[in-house]
Write a protein that binds this ligand. Structure first.
Ligand code: 5GP
Length: 182
């Protein structure tokens, strides 16, 4: 059976990658891939739906047991994709979209050379900052860390196969769908 395609989406927090990825997954019937994290749930987030929320000890046990396809420390917390989530779906011939940070993306690309890397960004840093503030989900300190990290993340852009400058959600969805179907 033909294996599915692994598409990895990254980009600074606030670039709109989650919104676009969610719409595209719904439209193409791509299964959700729920990551594990040690960060605290935000208001409204549900364990097993948004993330598997783990303690540091639980996460580190999974690292020891080699359960992760990739994992990284992002903004001071662990985030990781479980092997099962990726391998089972690809084996079934289903496409998989992972929305993960730049470090995890490069680990995954190393494992699967034909993975397609897509980088999301805004037109400039001012727009990014406004988006982070307007969503009102994070404290001032968290916003500051995320903006600092955005600059570091942008340095990874040349390693990606495609870049989507997310100005219009619908146009970005079309671009991502074209990349997946290519
Ligand atoms: P947030 O806390 O806003 O949900 O996510 C913060 C960052 O962690 C985002 O850049 C997101 O793409 C990344 N992230 C989410 N899940 C994973 C994962 O499984 N692995 C890695 N490496 N990064 C992830």
């Amino acid at each position: 059976m033909k294996k599915g395609k692994l598409v990895i989406v990254s980009g600074p927090s606030g670039s709109g990658k989650s919104t676009v990825t969610k719409i595209v997954k719904d439209r193409l019937n791509i299964p959700l891939s729920i990551s594990a994290t040690t960060r605290q749930p935000r208001v409204g987030e549900v364990d097993g739906k948004d993330y598997y929320f783990l303690t540091t000890e639980e996460f580190e046990n999974k690292i020891k047991n080699d359960e992760f396809y990739e994992y990284a420390n992002v903004h001071g917390n662990y985030y990781g994709t479980l092997k099962k989530v990726v391998e089972d779906n690809l084996d079934k011939g289903l496409n998989v979209i992972l929305e993960i940070d730049v470090q995890g993306a490069l680990i995954a690309k190393e494992k699967k050379k034909d993975a397609v890397l897509v980088f999301f960004k805004t037109e400039n840093m001012e727009i990014l900052e406004n988006r982070l503030r307007n969503r009102k989900t994070d404290s001032e300190e968290v916003i500051k860390t995320r903006l600092e990290n955005a600059l570091k993340e942008l340095e990874y852009q040349p390693k990606y196969d495609y870049t989507i400058i997310n100005v219009d959600i619908e146009k970005s969805c079309e671009k991502l769908i074209n990349i997946i179907n290519e």
